[in-house]
Design a protein around this ligand. Sequence first.
Ligand code: NAP
Length: 354
Amino acid sequence: MSSIAKSVILIDYVEEGLVGPEHFNITESTVPELTASGGIRVELAGISPDPFLRGRIKKPVGSASTLETIRPGFPMVGFVVGKVTAVIDNSNWAVGDIFGAYLPFVTVQNLGPEDLKARLLWKLTGKLTEDRLNLGLGIYGMPGSTAYGGLIDVLRPIKGKGEVIFISAASGAVGSLVGMIAKNVYGCKVIGSCGGPEKCALITSKFGFDHAIDYKKINNKDELKAALKDVAPDGIDMYFENVGGMHFEAAYESLRVKGRIAVCGGISGYNDAVTPPVSVNIMSMIYSFNRIEGFISWPWLSGAQGNFLEDMHGFVQAGHVLPNETVFRGIESFGEAFQSLFTGKNTGKVVVMF
Ligand SMILES: NC(=O)c1ccc[n+]([C@@H]2O[C@H](COP(=O)([O-])OP(=O)(O)OC[C@H]3O[C@@H](n4cnc5c(N)ncnc54)[C@H](OP(=O)(O)O)[C@@H]3O)[C@@H](O)[C@H]2O)c1
């Protein structure tokens, strides 16, 4: 049987400035019956507005990204959660299976054997219940794998040593998970930076951070360094970078010997046409043996590195990480949901559920 699908279509590239509902159309199309042997039909339950999509909707330059190109007039491509609704001769999938995936934002799709080979899908059956599918976009999805890989394999906290970690965008999807895992699994002292008193109260009272810094009250790198020194007089061992700018510079200059920085993102520059550079004196890295390392979530999400899904499931069951979400309803709310990432209206993972 054919079905009607809804899609989120990018109207045109947006080089700079705040993106919102005016930059996307929601269209309808007919999806034919599934006929391909080895194929599956999927119905999405939700789509994920993520900060990296801001870079994806700028005109591509050179070959800087290996991710699928997003083009004006075509569906957005990103992270989704959904269910399998039909299967033909495919022993890996069954009707009713729950999955996370990197797919076009099209609510109903047929995936043939070639699509299944080329695309990243991960099975969540048995980990998520029907009423909590949204977790497939957060804790059990790309942000979860980012927090897991970035903390455990890039920053490499030493369990039980009481190392000090500083995290920016700390009330958000990735930052809040990094903080909870660092605190509850590795026994770190955890300092978070976020915007406004409500978010600061949230990360200390609900997520167990030891200290919160309201960066909106801070004007420059030196003030941020002073705020860090107040709560970590001997400096920090690790910095999980989500924001860029003064956050990076203050954290870098607050590192102790053998300090580490995981460069995860720099959202403060995403609405600029060209990301503003930060300034560091690399000579100070030599005698302090510091390390700065960038990474993307893909190896942990795909299972090529670590044991993300099983370990994260264990953390959830042990109560080490708590869900933290802002839920928008209906595919039509994608533009508004995406915008909230850049205005700070969200706490935790922003999800669009249908
Ligand atoms: N490397 C990877 O594979 C990977 C994967 C996922 C995410 N990331 C990166 O990780 C970061 C966090 O992503 P997320 O999904 O967890 O988003 P998020 O933290 O849930 O949402 C974004 C948050 O960023 C903060 N923000 C926005 N503009 C800002 C600015 N100008 N200065 C300071 N803070 C600002 C806002 O919080 P406040 O209200 O506190 O300002 C907002 O809530 C992003 O940089 C993203 O690109 C990287």
